[in-house]
Design a protein around this ligand. Structure first.
Ligand code: NAD
Length: 292
């Protein structure tokens, strides 16, 4: 990425704000001075420090108005696109694909129409090859290998990343950042982590990783506030694994033939956050064992 100035403060639309990750992102951005418009097709599940707007993102006209402004909802300078059907298997594949791809296209395209140059979007750890029936090329996993989606859901996320990359090729003054989130966890989920401690196979599918929604929100803000242009992708996970065991032991048991790219320290995440730390200044704060 190169680094001329894009608007990194002001008014931002966040989509998907009635879901798991969205409320934490809205609260965190508001706490850090952002004026937030919270957009979702569903009603909010909790009070939000934001202007709440009901929008179906598969309807292009609604998305254009959302980003260019309408009565009592002024235009914005940035977008955080989180809305999606968030996993494979929740809806038939074609529904997931149609909803997620159309919503992403509409948001990205309407952003161009609105002159918005700062877009942060939720991608997914699944693009990295989950559920690893075919083992990963190496561990810790990082952003250095091309995505290998294995489901329609993650195919959509991979194509959304590619779409962002091409839009930036058309207009190199844009900034698009794709955040490849690990499995999103809320504080109330941590009691359930005991359920898989005795069987490494139960969380093998994502290399025993997770992302606390509040740390996900920090990553969103730091991506939003990065003064940059171009497209880039970052793995966003917590710094530790979701087990009480060392990560190297888990690899030795479940992926004995996978090359180890660098020494693995203690319970460190096998979805490397080195790039997010280095470029975004991301620094997760909410380790699950501290929350019990
Ligand atoms: N949950 C996870 O473990 C996980 C992991 C990696 C990436 N992600 C991604 O992070 C993002 C947020 O995930 P989440 O767990 O908060 O999901 P969620 O399902 O809890 O929330 C998503 C929200 O998007 C809204 N939405 C979906 N389609 C819409 C549309 N067409 N128009 C308007 N709103 C729409 C839904 O109503 C919902 O409130 C998603 O893009 C998801 O794919 C999630």
């Amino acid at each position: 990425m190169s680094y001329p100035h894009v608007a990194t403060s002001g008014r931002v639309v966040v989509t998907g704000t009635s879901g798991r990750l969205g409320p934490a992102v809205v609260k965190h951005l508001a706490q850090h001075g952002w004026d937030v418009v919270a957009a979702d097709v569903a009603a909010p599940t909790q009070p939000l420090p934001a202007k709440v707007v009901k929008v179906d993102l598969t309807d292009f006209g609604q998305v254009v108005e959302l980003l260019t402004g309408f009565d009592e909802c002024p235009p914005v300078t940035a977008v955080v696109h989180l809305a999606a059907i968030p996993a494979p298997g929740l809806r038939p594949d074609a529904v997931t694909f149609a909803n997620n791809m159309t919503a992403a296209y509409n948001v990205y395209r309407a952003a161009r129409i609105a002159g918005i140059r700062n877009v942060v979007s939720a991608s997914s750890e699944t693009t990295l090859g989950l559920p690893f029936d075919v083992p990963p090329p190496y561990v810790p996993i990082d952003e250095d290998y091309a995505v290998i989606p294995q489901t329609t859901y993650s195919l959509g996320k991979a194509l959304e990343e590619d779409m962002a990359r091409h839009l930036v090729r058309w207009d190199p003054t844009l900034k698009f950042i794709s955040l490849r989130f690990s499995n999103v966890m809320l504080p109330e989920d941590y009691a359930g982590f005991e359920a898989w401690q005795d069987d490494a196979k139960l969380r093998r599918w994502n290399l025993w990783s997770y992302i606390d929604a509040r740390d996900g929100a920090q990553a969103v803000r730091k991506a939003l506030e990065l003064d940059a242009t171009g497209w880039d992708a970052f793995i966003i996970a917590n710094a530790d694994n979701a087990m009480r065991r060392d990560s190297a032991d888990l690899v030795a048991k479940e992926f004995p033939n996978v090359p180890v790219k660098r020494p693995i320290v203690g319970r460190e995440t096998l979805l490397s956050i080195d790039k997010a730390r280095r470029v975004l200044g991301y620094n997760p704060e909410f380790a699950w064992q501290d929350q019990l």
